[in-house]
Design a protein around this ligand. Structure first.
Ligand code: PAF
Length: 284
């Protein structure tokens, strides 16, 4: 595996490989790698000749400075993890490499409704930052395929929209990979390592409640089911639900009754102390 910090160098190497007909698979990350990331790399391995992983804790997508400063970072450990995978290039740029000046932060895409609900509502400007950095990374790597996890369901929908409508000339397939869970059901997340033992025990209730709700789906009204999920999780003194929404995939329409032919996803954000966790479960 080669570690590359400069855009120019990565671009030149990938150009040569693409000219020789190699398929490029790209896994963008913010580091603190776990099995969820490895599953994206494994998925990429099956469909591409060359795998590029990026690690970049993108400051423009954090609307809370405390969240940015406490975001887990461990490049040395991540490098050791990646060396055991089929990753060929690790792109590890500095903030200055990606954002050389304030002008480079000005591009703003309009995703309309997709970014006004759920994460967009509670983390204003978050998706502006995600779309900004992903568009830069896509333009640098120009992969054939790019891989994102279902845990960040709304992010996946937004990035798919970005690739299909705003960066369509790059012709990138945005591929969604399933959520990877711990043995007790907690969705894997880089933020989980910040949970203390007590918080970690409480956090299990998030997925457990969503899976129980899946069993109740249709028997209760949408509003009653959302209230049930909310109350059940909030009963744990370590957990505070930020939102619970039941939406369609891929349009993210908040449903008010169960009469839809679309796939239905229950999406949740929960604060565990100052650690914000998200999860989602399909109901049908
Ligand atoms: O999901 C993430 O890790 C980040 O939001 C991403 C897509 C790498 C952009 O910074």
């Amino acid at each position: 595996m080669e570690i590359i910090e400069k855009i120019e160098i990565l671009r030149n190497k990938l150009e040569v490989l693409k000219k020789s007909g190699k398929k490029i698979g790209f896994v963008p990350t913010m580091g603190a790698l776990h099995d969820g990331h490895i599953s994206l790399i494994n998925c990429a391995e099956k469909q591409n000749d060359i795998i590029v992983v990026s690690i970049f804790v993108n400051p423009t997508q954090f609307n809370n400075i405390n969240d940015l400063t406490t975001y887990p970072r461990n490049n040395d450990k991540d490098i050791e993890i990646l060396k055991k995978t089929k990753c060929k290039f690790l792109f590890l740029p500095s903030v200055e490499e990606i954002y050389p000046d304030d002008k480079s932060k000005e591009i703003k895409y309009n995703f309309g409704y997709l970014t006004t609900v759920m994460e967009g509502k509670y983390r204003p400007s978050h998706f502006d930052g995600v779309a900004l950095v992903v568009s830069k990374l896509f333009n640098i790597v120009k992969p054939n395929n790019a891989y994102f996890g279902q845990k960040d369901f709304q992010q996946f929908i937004v990035i798919q929209h970005l690739a299909n409508y705003f960066l369509s000339e790059l012709n990138i397939n945005v591929i969604r990979c399933p959520i990877i869970r711990e043995a007790d059901g907690l969705a894997m997340s880089s933020r989980n390592i910040r949970l203390n033992n007590i918080q970690r025990e409480s956090a299990v209730l998030i997925s457990k409640t969503l899976f129980e709700a899946k069993e109740k789906f249709i028997k209760l009204s949408v509003n009653d089911l959302k209230a049930w999920i909310n109350d059940k999780i909030n009963q744990d003194e370590n957990l505070v639900v930020e939102y619970i929404e039941i939406v369609t995939d891929p349009d993210l329409i908040e449903i008010t009754d169960w009469n839809t032919k679309d796939k239905i996803v229950a999406c949740i954000a929960v604060n565990v102390g100052d650690i914000r966790l998200i999860d989602n479960v399909y109901f049908n």
